[in-house]
Design a protein around this ligand. Structure first.
Ligand SMILES: [Zn+2]
Ligand SMILES: [Zn+2]
Length: 358
């Protein structure tokens, strides 16, 4: 069985700090705690996964080792599906906790799929067809596991009761029968298509709708689209984990976009017109004379759609000095140094005043 990435389990980035990790873990552990989800096998499995992931990532040594070698070379099962760089990581994570207890009824397993999106796809929303391997009900036997026209016979292990009595140190206990899975009957002649399991492997497709402004790490749960249940059990769910690609220019902050624009010191001093990227292409923006480094200009409504309306584009100015000064200009800059004295630099004056007060 392939293991899920510990960072993915906790829904955190790989550079997450210890405090955030702890907060995130507590939040999720509380949500999936068995006391809060009695009888819920999915929650129980998630809870165990969380504990394991946290045990490793919260330990500096173990985390370092995990970052270097992972689980020991276990990679995602399926990669590079279709176009658009969609990689997927599909996994079953519910083991058969219910085996035998519920009279053979077994819930379908949950499936997990990691969907990679470009920055724009997540920003504006999109529909994506995903394709993943899944067990589906065998059409030959309609999921019963028995060869057509052949009936079942009572389970010899439990005499058709579905339960067995076991003598333990605490007395006589009744347990679900392992042979028939609690069903009380077994297939006398298994279906040749599915060798009696009632399920066959198949490539499945599913259309996922991504809402505008979807965030990295979000999990969309599609109820009932996991593997089918056995013998009338509920189907599992399909969990689609969104991985949003970083943008080469923008950083997201809620529905706002942030971009840093380098501006030559001369332009920042004299005022200028800048070329600024937006999601709809490059726009021009004027900056006034004496624009300082770190100054932020807001382009209203140029951000991302969000619950509270469309966000803004925040343009942060980064004043740049020449990386190299041509010999012929050194004299001109010497002249400037002399002519534009300290009195023209309010931040410097303030700094010097503080320096002297010490
Ligand atoms: Zn079959
Ligand atoms: Zn039995």
């Amino acid at each position: 069985m392939n293991q899920r990435d510990y960072y993915e389990i906790l829904g955190v980035e790989q550079d997450v700090d210890a405090r955030t990790l702890k907060v995130r873990y507590r939040e999720l552990a509380l949500k999936y705690h068995p006391d809060r989800n009695p009888g819920d096998a999915v929650a129980e499995a998630l809870f165990k996964e969380l504990a394991e992931a946290y045990a490793v990532l919260s330990d500096e040594e173990k985390r370092k080792q995990y970052d270097q070698v992972g689980f020991g070379g276990q990679e995602p099962v399926f990669e590079g599906f279709g176009q658009g760089g969609v990689t997927e990581f599909f996994e079953n994570f519910v083991t058969e906790f219910l085996g035998g207890k519920k009279r053979g009824k077994t819930e379908g397993r949950d499936l997990r799929y990691t969907l990679e999106l470009t920055f724009e796809q997540a920003a504006f929303g999109c529909e994506k067809m995903i394709e993943f391997p899944s067990a589906v009900l065998c059409t030959t036997c309609k999921g019963t596991g028995a060869r057509i026209g052949v009936s079942f016979r009572p389970c010899p292990a439990c005499g058709g009761q579905g339960e067995v009595r076991v003598q333990t140190s605490r007395g006589l206990m009744v347990r679900g029968c392992g042979t028939c899975g609690g069903d009380g009957k077994i297939v006398s002649d298994p279906c040749p298509s599915c060798t009696g399991t009632g399920l066959v492997p198949r490539q499945r497709e599913f259309q996922v709708r991504i809402p505008a402004g979807a965030e990295n790490g979000t999990v969309r749960v599609v109820r009932g689209e996991g593997e089918p249940g056995r013998r009338g059990g509920k189907p599992g769910d399909l969990h689609v984990v969104l991985r949003v690609e970083a943008h080469p220019m923008f950083v997201r902050e809620g529905s706002d976009l942030l971009v840093e624009v380098p501006v030559p010191m001369t332009d920042a001093t004299l005022g200028s017109e800048l070329e600024v990227p937006t999601l709809d292409g490059v726009v021009r923006m004027r900056i006034p004379p004496s624009t300082q480094t770190g100054k932020v200009f807001r382009l209203k409504g140029r951000g991302l759609p969000g619950p509270a309306g469309t966000g803004d584009l925040r343009v942060r100015i980064a004043v740049e000095v020449p990386a190299q000064l041509p010999e012929r200009l050194v004299a001109a800059f010497e002249q400037l140094r002399g002519d534009v004295g300290e009195e023209y630099y309010p931040r410097l004056l303030e700094y010097k005043k503080r320096l002297r007060k010490r």
